[in-house]
Design a protein. Structure first.
Length: 232
């Protein structure tokens, strides 16, 4: 699967030479001296709620279309700017161009995705780091587009933290394999008497009356137009 994820940034402080310690004589505690109270722990940050279905669709569409435009133009600066700080630091535009180079070389045009609604294969879920994972696909043909999107909430905005996209042949059912509708209801009276119910003879439908009106010739219907996802 083609993709890129942003690793966490590890920040370390600079080390300094140990300062010299000066020993002081211990002083006797005075009467009625209150012991210092331990500092109160800061409450843990509240995890944001999962966006609603409309908001999730907009987020997925915006980042997938940004990738599509980057693949078409070869300019990944906008996709880079949409990422979280750690994503930007670990994935400069030239690295993004290399990561998605194979997808671009296949001439996969992702532009028609804007006409489709993304389908989530798993419910949206947070990981231990508070990152939101969205895994799903688009019902496109002849290539089905699959995505794995990771978002990070920063100041109330869902920023791109990880992105993985691939195109695979769409699964099509072979002709003639559609299941036939069956009825499991028993004939009326069969369960009560225990005897088989004789079949009712079918009535012949009445013959249609001849009409002298001129019948219009049938109009050929054109097949519906469906945007295609695939190589050129």
């Amino acid at each position: 699967m083609l993709g890129v994820t942003s690793a966490g940034v590890e920040v370390q402080g600079q080390t300094q030479a140990p300062a010299k310690t000066v020993k002081k004589k211990a002083t006797q505690p005075t009467d009625k001296t209150a012991a210092p109270k331990p500092a109160a722990k800061a409450p843990p940050a509240e995890r944001p709620q999962v966006p609603d279905e409309t908001r999730l669709t907009l987020l997925i569409q915006s980042y997938l279309i940004a990738l599509s435009q980057a693949n078409l133009t070869g300019n990944y600066s906008v996709l880079h700017a949409l990422g979280a700080p750690s994503f930007q630091q670990n994935n400069p535009p030239d690295k993004l161009a290399q990561v998605f180079g194979a997808l671009r070389s296949q001439n996969i045009d992702l532009t028609p995705l804007i006409l489709f609604k993304p389908i989530l294969d798993k419910p949206p879920a947070f990981d231990d780091q508070g990152l939101l994972h969205l895994i799903g696909h688009y019902d496109t043909a002849p290539q089905q587009v699959q995505f794995d999107l990771t978002l990070q909430p920063i100041s109330g905005v869902w920023r791109l933290f990880g992105l993985s996209v691939k195109a695979v042949p769409a699964k099509t059912a072979p002709a003639g394999t559609a299941p036939e509708a069956q009825s499991n209801a028993e004939p009326a009276g069969a369960a009560d008497s225990g005897n088989p119910v004789p079949p009712v003879p079918a009535r012949k439908p009445p013959k249609p009356k001849k009409s002298t009106a001129t019948k219009a010739a049938p109009v050929a219907k054109e097949p519906p137009i469906r945007p295609a996802i695939g190589g050129h």
